[in-house]
Design a protein around this ligand. Structure first.
Ligand SMILES: *Cc1c(COP(=O)(O)O)cnc(C)c1O
Length: 383
């Protein structure tokens, strides 16, 4: 006998940590697989007669492994999930919603790929870009006037600025601006933008959702069916589809997301405390620190502070590079959100915004033991 899926009311009573484990599974039947299989197929056998809505049809249109991941992410975000080939494919899909000649609002220092794509579209005359300091709510609200889409990020990568999401969502609604939030740093366990009124949410699942630095993938979430359909159509027609194996890896990653986010967040907060006041450190950025400009807002709208820490090292870019090379346990690499701790000086890459300090090292704190992480990093700082 098939067990019916728990009804919505039961699902609403589940804690996010439980949902991360239960969401996106097939109804159980005798001998049914407990985990979702990787379905490798380019096409599906046709049903008799005319195609019915919901027919998978062809491999670029739909796939059961994507569907399981999308269902899980939709449940976690409180919306409708759409999986993409990468986080940037999500960003591109969101920017495609800006009409030709329209206006998009972006943070002054967003993820560098978002900034580059918006600038490229602006240079081609496709749209106009308004850059805002996202922690300045009045400035963001003013920029929403006459804008078609706001593509925000909070906390931002890598400055960890925090936007007032409920206030901005209300203002976006009043202005008729679609609000999209890149939720990569927070994950749906720490922040659910759709629940406070955003229209769209996006993730680089390459980071925390996958969580093991072994896959590139993106997942968007839409608040309603019409927006979901536009994202799906963009994905299908641009071919921005994930591989089934990649979707499976991210679904597998989701199952331990709460454990990883919890441990990495605790490590990050402790490390930020140990680094603040260190003689080789000019400034530590992490919203868990009471003195951080984003602390109060993050405490009000997030259920944790995340595991990214910004450290500005005294002695400028050269000193920062030396710290990155001297670390042994910490992996010197870009990207973030894996089980292993990584660090990199952001301005090492020419694509990074000039507003980011030259000596800023972004730490992606992993799930190792805090004392090992601290010993290694403090040792590197002494060099
Ligand atoms: C990495 C990242 C992206 C881009 O994601 P990819 O999976 O690398 O395409 C977008 N936004 C943020 C905040 C990121 O950290």
């Amino acid at each position: 006998m098939d067990q019916p899926r728990p009804d919505l009311e039961t699902e609403h009573s589940l804690a996010p940590a439980t949902r991360a484990v239960t969401a996106g599974r097939e109804p159980a039947g005798p001998d049914s697989p407990v985990t979702t299989p990787v379905v490798l197929t380019s096409t599906y056998t046709a049903s008799d007669g005319a195609a019915a809505p919901g027919d998978r049809g062809y491999g670029r249109w739909d796939n059961p492994t994507w569907a399981a991941l999308e269902s899980a992410m939709g449940e976690l975000e409180g919306g409708r999930g759409v999986a993409f080939a990468s986080g940037m494919a999500c960003v591109a899909a969101v920017l495609s919603l800006v009409p030709v000649g329209g206006v998009v609002v972006v943070p002054r220092a967003p993820y560098s790929g978002t900034a580059q794509l918006a600038a490229e579209l602006a240079a081609a005359g496709r749209l106009a870009v308004r850059e805002v300091p996202i922690a300045d709510t009045d400035a963001v609200v003013a920029a929403l006037d006459g804008a078609d889409v706001a593509m925000l990020e909070t906390p931002t990568n890598p400055l960890l600025e925090v936007a007032d999401l409920p206030a901005i969502a209300a203002a976006a609604r009043a202005a008729g601006t679609l609000l999209a939030v890149d939720n990569t740093f927070a994950t749906p366990l720490l922040q659910r933008p759709l629940a406070v009124g955003a229209d769209l949410v996006g993730h680089s699942a390459t980071k925390y959702l996958g969580g093991h630095s072994d896959v590139l993938l993106g997942v968007a979430g839409a608040a309603d069916e019409a927006l979901e359909a536009r994202l799906r159509s963009h994905r299908t027609l641009h071919g921005a589809i994930p591989g089934p194996w990649e979707a499976w890896l991210v679904l597998r990653g989701l199952r331990t997301l709460h454990l990883r986010v919890e441990r990495a967040g605790a490590n990050a907060a402790e490390l930020a405390r140990r680094l603040a006041g260190h003689p080789a450190v000019e400034r530590v950025r992490h919203p868990a620190l009471p003195e951080d400009p984003g602390h109060e807002r993050a405490a009000a709208q997030m259920s944790g502070f995340g595991a990214i820490v910004g450290v500005e090292v005294r002695g400028g870019p050269d000193a920062a590079e030396r710290v990155c090379s001297a670390a042994r346990l910490w992996v010197h690499a870009t990207s973030l959100g894996g089980v292993e701790s990584t660090l990199a000086r952001r301005r090492r890459w020419a694509t990074e915004a000039p507003t980011i300090p030259e000596g800023l090292i972004r730490l992606s704190v992993g799930i190792e033991h805090i004392d090992d992480l601290a010993d290694d990093l403090l040792g590197a700082l002494r060099q």
